[in-house]
Design a protein around this ligand. Sequence first.
Ligand code: NAP
Length: 334
Amino acid sequence: MSTTVFITGATGYIAQHIVKQLLAKGYKVIGSVRSQEKGEDLQKLVESDDFQYVVVPNMTEPGAFDSVLKDYPEITVFIHTASPVTFISDDIKRDILHPAVDGTINVLAALKKYGDNIQRFVYTSSSVAVYPQGFGDTERRILTEKDFNPITIDQVHDAEGAYAAGKTFAEKAVWEFVEQESPKFKVSTVNPSYNFGPQAFEVKDKSQLNFSAEVINSVLKTKSNEELPPLAGDFIDVRDVARAHLAAFEKDEAIGQRLVLASEHFTNELIAHLIKQEFPDIDIPEGNVVKSEEQLQGLLWQLDTTKTEKILGFDYIPLDDSVVDTVEQILSVE
Ligand code: NAP
């Protein structure tokens, strides 16, 4: 009998890739969505009898995930990806920080009460729970899987801070749960940097993609006579992120580990340069590699993720392939 995996936030950019890879490997998948309409849309995209959705309208309500575990005792793997990935809000704590934390606390509460059959739990954290983001740290540092963002609630002043704090506090709640409750099930977290790469399935509205996928889309929308806004960071392809989520519950080496995912650095200038190399006729800025290098020199924090790479044991998709695959998909559907 095949393993049944439950995934929260199944409509998400990363989650759809996880669902796709799970189904391709013969798992049965139950995904939570926020409305029946979203569930029906996803069901049509996924096109598999091994996928079904459940509606959890508000994950911040206490008991939000209790009935899922009660109704589907066959679930043995639980992946929690749902969290706001937005930076536009007039109430950053209500819209960004609290859902990230409260959703995770409700997941943990459901697991404690009704998680007898659960063997593995994977929480989708972020590299922002590793970097000292929002902390005002100006020291150049190399960070590893051991580092936690030291941000406190008093340091949350903007949407980026609320996102970083939400992901950090939620992940800390997961590890505190492990420490205090010693659950029977094994726990891992996946902490990706900026995700780029194609969408798993067709997207209805390509004008505005999910936050991180929109980085490449916004370079594509910039005309050759316009300036690219400076943006630099670490990248990982979304398909590798999904693969890491599967490895997180399939591999014993991943138990109790934070899998911090970063493949290469990126800048908007470098993305434009890579697009122009492959698609010279597109009317976007050339992409200045010298400027790109300067922007990368300004990055304060470098990640050393040797430990994660050893656990995962696969090579990451390089930035140029990720950019080309993404652009091809955007162009093919327009
Ligand atoms: P996404 O496409 O925006 O998906 C977010 C998912 O969470 C969607 O299913 C969304 O549901 C759900 N969600 C958002 N706010 C919610 C709320 N208040 N209550 C219930 N569900 C909510 O984002 P993504 O990039 O795939 O991100 C997935 C996870 O990866 C998140 O935990 C994020 O923090 C983490 N992550 C992402 C990146 C990245 O670069 N993309 C990097 C590091 C970590 P709807 O579809 O109904 O809105």
